[in-house]
Write a protein that binds this ligand. Structure first.
Ligand SMILES: *[C@@H]1O[C@H](CO)[C@@H](O)[C@H](O)[C@H]1NC(C)=O
Length: 244
């Protein structure tokens, strides 16, 4: 009976063109799925410099640890110098993800994410070429809330901050990204399996996306950040493709 159910589920998955691109145990075979740092290197738009030493996959889940440091040269972003006050962790998927006409992806994971001022953990997608597209599947900008964002341009962005009670417990986020009309996508954001927002991204079909998990600091989350070591944990990261 169970075998029949299993076969039926596999056939249904095939019929709907559903493929698992990153399985929920990907941290057990890290090098098959992930690279360290950002796709472009160690620095971005905040006060943390990423370093492989700050990434752990013990117990099969990801922990990114931010520690205060002094004496680092500044980062450079958007024509400005940004002082580096932390070493922290970032990883990105080896694959890139392109929504095809008639297709899409689900991105999901469980999180214990810090929400204090100056802590800026994120789980997000950004354009391989140019910018946008960018979808912030989940980010926490030091306000106690969780944010869900989809960018058309730097000024045309749908952004939503949602209450995030009990941040020290695991929470689940899922984004269902689908071709809407052969050119744009719809993005449904779920927090703990409840739909909280539907957003739309312009010209996302056929545009490659990097998938990044990082623990940035300060920047959009305010400063000063914490004076102690803090962590961001992520488990059960899963990417399913619905591309034809
Ligand atoms: C972005 O573009 C999509 C598709 O055209 C549109 O539905 C959405 O409203 C736009 N977002 C904003 C913030 O204007």
């Amino acid at each position: 009976m169970l075998l029949k159910l299993y076969i039926a589920a596999q056939l249904a998955a095939l019929a709907f063109g559903q493929t698992t691109l990153i399985p929920s145990n990907s941290f057990s075979s890290f090098d098959s799925h992930w690279n360290y740092l950002y796709p472009w290197g160690t620095d971005h738009n905040g006060g943390a410099r990423m370093d492989k030493s700050q990434v752990s996959t013990a117990q099969g889940y990801l922990t990114l640890t931010s520690k205060p440091v002094t004496g680092q040269p500044p980062a450079h972003h958007g024509g400005k110098d940004i002082p580096i006050h932390y070493l922290s962790g970032a990883i990105h998927a080896k694959k890139t993800f392109t929504v095809q006409a008639g297709g899409g992806f689900d991105f999901s994971a469980d999180f214990i994410a810090p929400v204090d001022k100056g802590t800026w953990p994120a789980f997000w997608l950004t354009a391989v070429q140019g910018w946008p597209p960018e979808i912030d599947v989940a980010e926490w900008k030091g306000s106690g809330k969780i944010s869900f964002n989809t960018f058309n341009t730097s000024s045309q962005v749908t952004a939503l901050d949602v209450a995030y009670p009990n941040p020290k417990a695991w929470h689940t986020v899922r984004a269902e990204i689908r071709d809407a009309n052969g050119r744009d996508v719809s993005v449904k954001f779920y927090l703990d399996n409840t739909l909280v927002a539907t957003q739309h991204g312009s010209n996302y079909v056929n545009a490659g996306l990097y998938f990044i998990i990082n623990y940035q600091m300060e920047g959009s989350s305010g400063s000063p950040g914490p004076s102690t070591t803090t962590t961001y944990s992520v488990r059960n990261v899963k990417v399913i493709s619905y591309n034809p």
